[in-house]
Design a protein around this ligand. Structure first.
Ligand code: ADP
Ligand code: 5GP
Length: 247
């Protein structure tokens, strides 16, 4: 049995060969070692951040990664071209559309989406094994549909956080200021944002990223209480908002 079973892999035990069992044995030993390092209480947890493009997901996820050494970023596969200083195997694993489709047919993904027309993004099963085998908690930066799917798959093992901005106009301003996308790509992203915002209620918590330092502090609070105390989350965590309700 491999860690694949944690995310309802469709492979049967009968289909797995000896080397898979050997790999599983190594994984199992690593889990025991991780437990000895006080990682046991967070074994196989995942944290999902989703939002329309430009909301500040990557900014917040990178900040959180710097605070909690037990977290590890899930590097997604994508068929889009590298942007700016992005490196294969750091921000993404980059593939051609053809290669990506082949991996879909080989059932290599936990989830994938064609987030923008012609641009596929997906979480490889091998990525989960890679991170869990070290006893780390996985942190995802995925689109809203991927976020909902991952929460459905992982249930109580997962904390799902939706990041919101104050308006779609603010998203556009941030994407322009980021300076990494063409105006055409920015308009494609903004056009999707209104519909994506309607997914917010499907998440464990909603974090309003208005004042960045406040959003950092709130993200730290919810992530910390999930990984250290197993606590879920406040429904809405405003950085500068009137809402403040609890789940
Ligand atoms: P995403 O990963 O959701 O697409 P990014 O993290 O890349 O978004 O953020 C988009 C741009 O907005 C970046 O240039 C980032 O520095 C900026 N940004 C993030 N949060 C804020 C904020 N609270 N106020 C102003 N700009 C922000
Ligand atoms: P970008 O091109 O800006 O890096 O990402 C575009 C969108 O794809 C973002 O919303 C990002 O979160 C999402 N994304 C990145 N990786 C994945 C993934 O593995 N699965 C899904 N469903 N979405 C992803």
């Amino acid at each position: 049995m491999t860690f694949h079973n944690f995310y309802r892999d469709t492979e049967t035990v009968e289909n797995q060969n000896y080397s898979t069992f050997a790999a599983a044995a190594v994984n199992f030993i690593m889990v025991i070692v991780a437990a000895g390092n006080n990682f046991s209480n967070m074994q196989n947890k995942v944290i999902i951040f989703s939002a329309p493009s430009g909301s500040g997901k990557s900014t917040i996820v990178n900040h959180i990664l710097g605070l909690f050494p037990e977290l590890e970023f899930s590097i997604s596969a994508t068929s889009r071209a590298p942007r700016g200083s992005e490196k294969n195997g750091r921000e993404y694993y980059f593939f051609s559309e053809e290669e990506f489709r082949k991996m879909i047919s080989e059932n290599k993904f936990v989830e994938y989406e064609e987030v923008y027309s012609g641009s596929y993004y997906g979480t490889l099963k091998s990525e989960l094994d890679r991170i869990w085998s070290k006893g780390h908690v996985i942190i995802f930066d995925v689109d809203v549909k991927g976020g909902v799917n991952l929460k459905r798959i992982f249930g109580e093992q997962a904390l799902s956080v939706f990041i919101r901005t104050t308006s779609v106009e603010e998203l556009r301003r941030r994407l322009i200021a980021r300076g990494t996308d063409s105006m055409e790509a920015i308009e494609k992203r903004v056009a999707k944002a209104a519909e994506e915002m309607t997914f917010a209620e499907k998440f464990d918590c909603i974090l309003v990223n208005d004042v960045l330092d406040d959003a950092f502090a709130e993200a730290e609070k919810v992530v910390g209480s999930f990984i250290r105390e197993n606590r879920s989350c406040f429904r809405t965590i405003p950085s500068h908002s009137t809402q403040h309700s609890q789940k």
